[in-house]
Design a protein around this ligand. Sequence first.
Ligand SMILES: Nc1nc2c(ncn2[C@@H]2O[C@H](COP(=O)(O)OP(=O)(O)OP(=O)(O)O)[C@@H](O)[C@H]2O)c(=O)[nH]1
Ligand SMILES: [Mg+2]
Length: 447
Amino acid sequence: MKEYAILVSFIPAGFSREEHAGARPGTSLIPALPQKMPESKPFALWSSEECLRELEQLAKTAGAQSIGNLSIRQKRTSPHFYVGRGKAEEIAALASGSEANLIIFDCDLSPAQQRNLEEICGTKVIDRTQLILDIFAKRARTSEGKLQVELAQLMYLLPRLTGKGIELSRLAGGIGIRGPGERKLEVDRRKIRRRITKLKEEIKEVRKHRAVQRKGRQRIASIALVGYTNSGKSTLLNSLTGAKIAVGDKLFSTLDPTARKVKLSGNTSAVIIDTVGFIRELPHHLIAAFKATLEEVSLADILLHIIDANHPRRREHRDVVLKVVRELGAEKTPVITVLNKIDKLAQEEKERLSVEFPGCAAISALHGEDFEDLIALLSKHLRGEREKVKLRIPQGKADIIALLHSKGHVLNEKYTSREVIMDVEVNGKLRAAVKEFIHGTGAMRPL
Ligand SMILES: Nc1nc2c(ncn2[C@@H]2O[C@H](COP(=O)(O)OP(=O)(O)OP(=O)(O)O)[C@@H](O)[C@H]2O)c(=O)[nH]1
Ligand SMILES: [Mg+2]
């Protein structure tokens, strides 16, 4: 059944009403950026038009055709409809006056909000999480990917299995209750619970298997590719190693991790791992379910962060990725930032990039251009070139002091009443692990 969707997005906080005056459906107003970046919510800087464009792309990837949209300024959310009653009625009127059989909200809805909205609109309502889960369900190829997606979907559906909402969805079928590989998802509570338990056990097994694989390649350094979806991670892995991973100008082309060996300069080799791309507000159900896959990220020696330099929101993409990296507990892993798709940039834009992202390698993964800098940077890093740093460590942090003694080369150590002041030679990994205590360096590497 073809799905015709109305998209409901929200005007991000951080924009004034004036900046959005005229942000009606169909207009392409992109307001100037506010000067200050809110740290915690980088996407708060996106214009409603950009949020809408991304939602449209997601809807299209899931197979829905967008036939209308609405951008709403939201001061606070209402427990009943998420939006105010007036807005809910407006959405309902928009739906009933069109052939829409699906409404997609660009936010997380509670089970009750979703149910109430379905009731008032008389049509299926899904939120951003359910939409992304659906795309993942369509994309999952390996048995591991399928297990993870199905678990995330069932965990999402379980609290929604009462009342009319799910009945409507069930009747309607389509986006939101499709399982991996077009299999229909179970909608019986008891059976779902049983299936969840089984899936968790199977994922545990997969995780064990993955740990054994990882052990097998332990002596070789691992580099995990991270980046916003569609930034060119798989293209880079293909160019560097001759792998044949499917790439495409769509969101979430890659779901399953792929590892390939690559030879770098000076007899250094490493394994490069490609994995799922990130997106703003990556559903936590997915992060939880994809822990096994994303473990490759948290356990890598280096993260190679690929940024689509041609994207107008490249900085916000970077911030979203770094936020997910933190959520995965990999914030201490060294990150090498790579600006990709520079073949699409004019000369002055390239110059602007070198100011915006100083010291980063800039490449074209597609055309295999300018890999030398990147390879040199990786090789240098993997050879573990050392750097002299000065650290001030509170005396209570015995674990950090012990770590520096075991993994670094301590040149000098002085105890004061509260702190230990140390001069230590560290490699990149150790440097990242102790970076909050560094108070001075020799030569800094551009990481
Ligand atoms: N012009 C240009 N296009 C590129 C470059 N690198 C990748 N692309 C294109 O960007 C699109 C996305 O590339 P992918 O390699 O699939 O991106 P990805 O980061 O793996 O995406 P996901 O797996 O969806 O997270 C494809 O259409 C590529 O052909 C580049 O250097 N230049
Ligand atoms: Mg990919």
